[in-house]
Design a protein around this ligand. Sequence first.
Ligand code: EPZ
Length: 417
Amino acid sequence: MSTLLIENSCQLQGTVNISCAKNAILPIIAASLLTEDKCILEDVSALEDVKVMIEVVNSLGAEVKLNKDDVLEVSAKKILSQDADYDLIRKMRASFLIMGPMLARVGKVKISLPGGCAIGSRPIDLHLKGFAAMGANITLGHGYIEAHADKLKGESIYLDFPSVGATENIIMAACLAEGVTIIENAAEEPEIVDLANFLSKMGAKIKGAGTDTIKIEGVRSLKGTTHVAIPDRIEAGTFMMAAAATRGDVLVEGVVPEHVKPITAKLKEMGVEVFEYEKSIRVKATERLKSVDIKTMPYPGFPTDMQSPIMSAMCVAKGTSVITETVFENRFMHISELKLMGAKINVDGRSAIIEGTERLSGAKVKATDLRAGAALIISALCAEGRTEISEIYHIDRGYINIEEKMRKLGANITRVE
Ligand code: EPZ
């Protein structure tokens, strides 16, 4: 098992380039199942989660290849199987996003219930509510879901919670349904807009992506297309937070400033200078951060995926901060690891109270989920002495070459196999 070793603290300086968004690429790979033509996705980093999604669509019969210059080709000319590989689906929740495309394309799918994970039970009731409303016949049993529909029919669907995955799955199913589907209380994340842009290039008729009401008019078929996904706003936010926490001066290149507005706003409240350019953002922190209160919300609110990274920054801020996690019910697993490093944090229900200290101290810690792992890198950079982070496979799921990118900014960080 490999670990990350981080020595001492440093002020990050320099430029970092942001990769394409994992959470845009994953639904777009699933959407490629909607056509028998070839779809080409450029600038695709070989993230662990991307590799799993490639295996999933491959197991259904699609020809998939990610070549060395990060170009991903998916040709779902023939869907040979309707049974998604049980282990693969349980490995990564996002693989559940094949359900909508499979129902739309072949009208049948057998898929394991996606496992919960460290951050919560992760139910799929809203996905299934959408498919059932469109006429799919769904049966559950033995850890599997079986669904079939001769022809999905457009319907009006209200989402009790603006679920990102449910919005994406229902959009994909609706693209080939008969008639018009309207999703109300839809998620508004930029990744939804990117998926809708990809589908529109394939010939889908989608209006309202990025708002809480999305209208999809079903068409008879879709064609292949080429696409470059949006930059990863959470990777960008992670580096912005690292720069602020280490009192550094970093230019984050290849980012859409609009997509990280909630993070920029909070950094400014913490006393950080943030300069927005057309496709980049400069974060400059000279003083110790001020404490700030955060409530995670669906987009355009403060993203839950940035909750642990900003908590690391709050651990060394001046004063007491409060974070309330409203999106997932169990996304505080990183707190016990931060406390090993001397952080002063108390949990009260869905809120964490963080009393800032001057310095943290290096320790042996473990990543408990993707973003928690990234948060531990930030806290390690703010600590005296050596920090060893284990179970870093979590980090590799969503960050490509994070230690190289951090090292280029001056961090003393090495991966030990
Ligand atoms: C997506 O997960 C992201 N993953 C997550 O990023 C992100 O944290 C999350 O959206 C919220 O922004 C991908 O895009 C691959 P949800 P998703 O459905 O779609 C409840 C990362 O670190 N819910 O919006 O699974 C659910 O329990 C990952 O990159 C239902 O109740 O999130 C949760 O409390 C972590 N019923 C809330 O909605 C449902 O049917 C948000 O979940 C579906 C969801």
